[in-house]
Write a protein of this length. Structure first.
Length: 348
């Protein structure tokens, strides 16, 4: 007689100092110190190929996830936003660490077929992401200091010295980013993204880093990973405004928005930006649309390993681009391919 056994389901609530684990088959709660040695000892006591669900944190969950994945367990990293709404949907009133651990185990049991198994990111990906975040914190601190000290004349000299120190730190971080990009082998993808109008080195590095994280099936999946996918909330005849899901890294969205601001002034993308304004979108909405477009173009270049070639629409080539080469190509196009005699001859 064959006895069918199912994998153990475990929910883990992660904190800085400790983790609280709930094992569904034993209905037991266990508290483990959040350090690698204690985690290894505890994970070795679990059945093989256990199903583990833990809530995503900034980085406190990474040791548990990486060690469990290395031991052959199936790890599911769940978005805290979804867990919070799942708690409300089932009517759970209490929110404690043991309650959250039980909630994660219940969520994994019911939603396992719709969840994706977590895989550890490459080491280069973690280094690049960390450097990009540290630079964002540096820029935020620089702006805060400049705004708070600029109104005090007595601090003018000190402020100048501090801003110069910020610039040196920024240059050092960008140098480290270039070195890490070369070690990761994404320099070619960065150069492909940099060829797009408005996309600078930092934005290109961020997009190439995001492309490393997974095998994206389409541009829609890449946009969703960045958190730039639209979230509709319609019901019956009610059509609510669309908002970004903002599920990805906020720094990448900020870099993409900055790239869109620069691209909106370029000859290639300015007609596209102005067409969005003509359709009734606000300037911020038009910039978001343009940022999504730039990210899609960057994804296509990296996915196909192709070089960037700007495409011009509206009767072959736009007439508002001040470029002798493009004007010559447009005139040739209009002279031959848009000539009725030429079209008649080709149709024979």
């Amino acid at each position: 007689m064959t006895i069918l056994t199912s994998p153990a389901v475990i929910g883990i609530d992660v904190a800085k100092a400790e983790i609280v684990a709930y094992r569904e088959d034993l209905k037991s709660i266990q508290i483990v110190d959040n350090d690698r040695k204690a985690l290894v000892r505890w994970l070795e006591t679990l059945p093989a190929q256990s199903l583990i669900a833990l809530e995503a944190t900034s980085f406190y969950h990474l040791d548990t996830a990486e060690l469990a994945h290395g031991m052959g367990h199936r790890v599911y990293v769940v978005d805290a936003y979804r867990v919070a709404h799942y708690r409300e949907s089932i009517g759970q009133r209490a929110k404690t660490d043991p309650c959250d651990a039980r909630l994660l185990a219940r969520y994994l049991t019911n939603e396992q077929q719709r969840l994706r198994v977590w895989t550890p990111p490459p080491q280069a990906y973690k280094v690049l992401k960390s450097l990009l975040r540290k630079r964002a914190e540096l820029i935020k601190a620089r702006v805060s200091l400049m705004l708070s000290w600029s109104g005090e004349p007595l601090l003018k000299d000190i402020l100048t010295e501090q801003l110069e120190a910020f610039k040196q730190s920024d240059r050092a971080i960008q140098k480290l980013l270039r070195e890490a990009s070369q070690e990761a082998g994404i320099t070619e993808n960065i150069n492909r993204c940099k060829a797009i109008e408005g996309v600078g080195e930092l934005t290109a590095t961020g997009l190439a880093t995001a492309f490393m994280r997974g095998d994206f099936a389409s541009g829609d999946a890449f946009i969703a990973f960045l958190g730039m996918d639209l979230r509709p909330k319609d019901s019956g005849k009610k059509h609510s405004p669309r908002h970004l899901s903002k599920k990805g890294d906020g720094e990448l969205r900020r870099l993409a928005h900055t790239a869109a601001m620069a691209a909106s002034r370029s000859p290639v993308w300015k007609p596209y930006y102005e067409s969005c304004l003509a359709r009734g979108f606000a300037r911020t909405q038009a910039l978001v649309i343009l940022a999504r477009k730039l990210c899609r173009v960057a994804f296509a270049l990296m996915k196909n390993q192709s070089e960037y070639r700007p495409k011009f629409y509206a009767a072959g080539f736009p007439c508002n681009i001040e470029s002798p080469t493009l004007n010559l190509r447009r005139n040739i196009y209009l002279l031959f391919y848009r000539n009725p005699l030429w079209e008649r001859a080709c149709s024979r």
